[in-house]
Design a binder for this molecule. Structure first.
Ligand code: MG
Length: 261
């Protein structure tokens, strides 16, 4: 029985050597037999590639070293008026980008698919209008899937259109909006939809934190977001520009950075 056990252990060790598995765990002076994981790597395999080393931002919310900085407070060159707008550039001043009425969307020059996005925004300090007319803007991933920006501080509107809503589809879990004029943060993980043979096989999903609080968790978009319209997916490119919405209110944005996933 003992001999049989020894043969099994030796056999497993030889198999591990054969597949190049180096296990980084040793019990005192004895090497433990490798344990095959479910993903093709041995558990604790020292040959498994380690993640890239990056430098975090100096303060929470600052861009890490592998991010693409889309707006640093001064340089608006990563953005351009969207082709479906009237070609008016947004205002760049005092450390922020500000929506210009009538410009429609502002778009990134670069196209993106799945990504992690950090963006800071503020609605006008002086309150004008109410409901959807108060500090309305939005972030359109791939130019199609809106994540709402609105002054939702003591401002009643439909739940699926308040700040941090998937516009027209899903309200945020909580309303954690700061008051008018105050800077707020969104940290968003967006996954693009996947199409095969002209059909959607995986919907776009979004997870988001508003001012550090989880407000959307892995929400699967029904399709592109639109006002008072139920939509369906129409196949599109894997990467498209991100757009910021001009809804007639001078919403402001700063410290925008993105990591492609
Ligand atoms: Mg909007």
């Amino acid at each position: 029985m003992k001999r049989k056990l020894i043969r099994v252990v030796v056999g497993v060790l030889l198999m591990a050597v054969a597949i190049g598995c180096t296990v980084g765990v040793a019990a005192s002076k004895k090497e433990l037999p490798p344990v095959m994981g479910r993903d093709g790597w041995c558990v604790h395999d020292m040959n498994r590639p380690r993640p890239a080393v990056i430098t975090p931002g100096a303060r929470p919310g600052d861009a890490p070293s592998d991010a693409i900085v889309l707006f640093d407070g001064k340089d608006g060159s990563q953005w351009a008026p969207s082709k479906d707008g009237n070609r008016k550039m947004w205002k760049v001043a005092n450390g922020y980008l500000e929506a210009v009425k009538g410009s429609k969307h502002l778009a990134t020059k670069q196209s993106f698919g799945s990504c992690q996005l950090h963006i800071e925004w503020a609605t006008p300090k002086v309150v004008v209008g109410d409901g959807q007319k108060r500090g309305n803007s939005g972030i359109y991933f791939m130019g199609l899937y809106e994540f709402q920006v609105l002054d939702s501080y003591d401002n009643i509107t439909y739940a699926d259109g308040q700040a941090a809503a998937i516009y027209g589809q899903n309200p945020p879990m909580v309303n954690v909006c700061r008051g008018p004029g105050k800077w707020q943060t969104y940290d968003i993980i967006f996954h693009r939809p996947v199409f095969k043979g002209g059909k959607m096989v995986k919907p776009a999903t979004l997870t988001a934190f508003h001012n550090g609080v989880l407000v959307q968790y892995n929400w699967a978009y029904y399709g592109p977001t639109k006002h008072r319209t139920d939509t369906e997916y129409v196949p599109h490119a894997d990467k498209l520009p991100i757009k910021l919405q001009d809804h007639g209110n001078p919403a402001r944005y700063r410290n925008i950075w993105i990591r492609e996933l």
